[in-house]
Design a protein around this ligand. Structure first.
Ligand SMILES: CC(C)(COP(=O)(O)OP(=O)(O)OC[C@H]1O[C@@H](n2cnc3c(N)ncnc32)[C@H](O)[C@@H]1OP(=O)(O)O)[C@@H](O)C(=O)NCCC(=O)NCCS
Length: 200
């Protein structure tokens, strides 16, 4: 890691007052269309109430360089139900089992100036470490991106590809990994942040 970075775990009570700072990091990292920002604050508020919520920040001095959060996946959550429905239709054996006892990685973002130095990887490993769930699941744009490479490197594989959460959204890959994640870099042997509608 190039700079000194402090990682801090936040519970819901500490996460909520800082939501606008997290949205600013998300905006800088993803450069999303305006429609993806609408209702975002309310979505993060709602997520903070989900069971097993855990968040982490990465601070470089006074700068919030990155953050991540996730929670226990459960029926009734929009992402969980969308993915469960698609996995149930999937021909892959045991596909539905990925969500039986899962931790959903909802967001992971690092400011552009701080990307590529190991912060994202460390946030992801800390977020999932010691979790009681059997699996971690997430969705990411279905393209070869830095995020996709990072997820594969720590053990995620594709569960669904070219998946559309809604007609207007780009295709997503849904990925899953057994917990704990792989913290030691492994060679890439395999071939080869989720849409959040304001209604969620
Ligand atoms: C995806 C994202 C969170 C990853 O965070 P990051 O801090 O940039 O990622 P890391 O530095 O941990 O790993 C990325 C790269 O740095 C390299 N790296 C990891 N640890 C390193 C270290 N200690 N020293 C130097 N380089 C390192 C990795 O090899 C990797 O290389 P790659 O880009 O060729 O794959 C971040 O790039 C980001 O916010 N991107 C835009 C938003 C986004 O896509 N979010 C995810 C949505 S699902």
């Amino acid at each position: 890691m190039r700079q000194s970075v402090t990682f801090t775990e936040l519970g819901p009570a500490e996460f909520r007052p800082a939501i606008n700072r997290f949205i600013a990091v998300y905006r800088a990292a993803m450069n999303p269309p305006e429609r993806m920002l609408a209702g975002r604050e309310a979505i993060l508020e709602r997520h903070a109430a989900n069971p097993g919520f855990r968040a982490l920040t990465a601070a470089a001095g006074p700068v919030l360089a990155g953050f991540t959060y996730g929670f226990h996946g459960a029926p009734g959550q929009w992402w969980h139900d969308m993915v469960a429905g698609a996995l149930a239709l999937s021909s892959a054996p045991g596909a539905s089992a990925w969500l039986t006892d899962s931790f959903e990685v909802a967001e992971l973002h690092v400011l552009p100036a701080y990307q590529g130095g190991g912060i994202g990887r460390e946030l992801l490993l800390l977020l999932t470490s010691g979790r009681p769930e059997a699996t971690a699941v997430l969705s990411t744009a279905d393209i070869e991106s830095r995020a996709r490479r990072l997820y594969r490197r720590v053990g995620f594989t594709d569960l669904l590809t070219a998946f559309r959460f809604s007609g207007g959204d780009p295709p997503y890959a849904v990925m899953g990994a057994m917990l704990p994640l792989r913290s030691v870099a492994a060679p890439m042997t395999e071939a080869p942040c989720s849409p959040r509608p304001s209604s969620w």
